[in-house]
Ligand binder design. Structure first.
Ligand SMILES: Cc1cc2nc3c(=O)[nH]c(=O)nc-3n(C[C@H](O)[C@H](O)[C@H](O)COP(=O)(O)O)c2cc1C
Length: 404
């Protein structure tokens, strides 16, 4: 069973993540994981912390001589900022008068209010340290492990920003992914990117914040990941849960989910066509379903869009209440991002990769990568029974499908 679990507080010693169920024999390096960690740290609108920390995931177990062992992979990411927080985040009790950085003014929109009541804490820091999106660095590290596995089978996961605040991108028909990586806001439309940065600047100057919408796309996904037979095995459901678990994500659609709701069925459903010359016996003319039908991947790119609320820690804090005195106060402010949409894309990629890896391994299994590969190729060979006789194509050939 493929699964992962994270631990760690934002200003504690560091983050830990254990990824279990990765087959043996997969090439994996710290440098490979670091690439995604660096991508998460970029983005216009990020706060000061990203300048002082360069994340590195140390592989603590599960890899030997460059290859996975099949045992749990434990990764540790040091919080370099911990040096400034040794008293505030000390494991042992601290003396009276120590710099504990206690927070009592609740921030609207954060985990502060329900967290202190639920866990009976008297210091908001006991909640916010874990609720912080610092935890997503651990997910990105786990996501990189999943991405490495998926790559072996030709699956690729990409992301880009569709809007920030009121600024919408005009997405070109073919996205230049190198250009997206270069864009400070991960946007495929350079003109919109410029206006998005202006929007972020204006929010910063006003002591405010900005949210937006981003898209994650998986290419090369074989038909049949997930299942229609049980609610908790549906790929769409697993993806929605994974994406909704990202801090500040408040909406998820698969394909053109919300726009489809306003159209007639005949305008929505993707027409199925006979063999089009690739490895699939049938294919769809369009992809409004976002690559998933009946909770299963249908061989088209998987497209998920996420709505991200604006950051809740504001330079000009909103009215709130003090936990101790019960009086009206301005909410707490602590160093914060102004806009988190570009880095959230990278977290979204990680969650997509983790869900796909889970479903891929559920379908194809394998304790060693070569066993997984045999099972995968055997399945693709089995699909050839649906191909017309004329389709004398080599088995396991994947379509070139980087277009949405
Ligand atoms: C990549 C990323 C970075 C974030 N950075 C901040 C931040 O600097 N300040 C902040 O208040 N919220 C930030 N958030 C959002 C909060 O973590 C989130 O709003 C909070 O934990 C409350 O949870 P909820 O919005 O999911 O209900 C960030 C979210 C993401 C995905």
């Amino acid at each position: 069973m493929f699964r992962f679990l994270t631990a760690g507080e934002s200003h504690g010693k560091g983050l830990t993540v254990i990824v279990e169920g990765v087959p043996a024999g997969l090439a994996l390096s710290e440098a490979y994981i670091e690439r995604d960690l660096a991508r998460r740290q970029k983005g216009y609108g990020r706060g000061g912390r990203m300048q002082i920390e360069k994340d590195h995931a140390e592989v603590l177990s599960g890899v030997r001589h460059g290859y996975t062992l099949g045992s749990p992979i434990a990764l540790g990411i040091e919080n370099k900022d911990f040096a400034n927080w040794t008293e505030a985040m000390a494991v042992d009790p601290v003396p009276e008068g120590a710099k504990t950085r206690r927070v009592t003014r609740l921030r609207p929109g954060h985990a502060d209010f329900p967290g202190v009541l639920k866990y009976s804490h008297h210091d908001v820091r006991d909640v916010l340290e874990r609720a912080s999106a610092r935890e997503t660095a651990a997910r990105v590290a786990a996501g990189a492990v999943s991405r490495r596995l998926l790559e072996e089978f030709g699956l690729r996961v990409r992301s880009h920003v569709l809007s920030i605040g009121t600024v919408n991108a005009q997405v070109p028909e073919t996205i230049n992914w190198d250009q997206v990586e270069e864009s400070p806001v991960r946007c495929a439309d350079p003109e919109a990117a410029r206006r998005m940065m202006e929007h972020i600047d204006a929010a910063r100057e006003a002591g405010d914040s900005a949210g937006g919408i981003f898209e994650v796309i998986a290419f090369g996904v074989p038909v049949g990941l997930g299942s229609h037979v049980q609610w908790d095995r549906k790929l769409s459901g697993l993806l929605a849960q994974a994406m909704m678990s990202i801090n500040a994500v408040k909406g998820v659609e698969i394909g053109s989910g919300f726009a489809n709701a306003r159209l007639a069925g005949s305008q929505v459903h993707d027409i199925i066509e006979p063999w089009g010359g690739d490895a699939r016996p049938f294919h769809h003319v369009t992809n409004r379903a976002g690559g998933i039908e009946g909770g299963m991947s249908n061989g088209e790119p998987i497209v998920a869009r996420m709505a991200l609320k604006p950051i809740s820690t504001l330079g000009k804090p909103l009215p709130s209440v003090d936990l101790v005195t019960g009086e009206r106060v301005q909410a707490h402010y602590e160093r914060s991002d102004v806009c988190q949409v570009p880095p959230a894309c990278v977290v979204g990629e990680a969650m997509m990769a983790l869900v796909l890896a889970q479903c891929f391994l559920e379908k194809f299994g394998g304790d060693h990568l070569e066993e997984t590969r045999r099972n995968y190729l055997g399945y693709l060979d089995g699909l050839r029974q649906f191909l017309p006789e004329a389709a004398a194509i080599p088995s396991a050939e994947r379509p070139p499908d980087d277009a949405v």
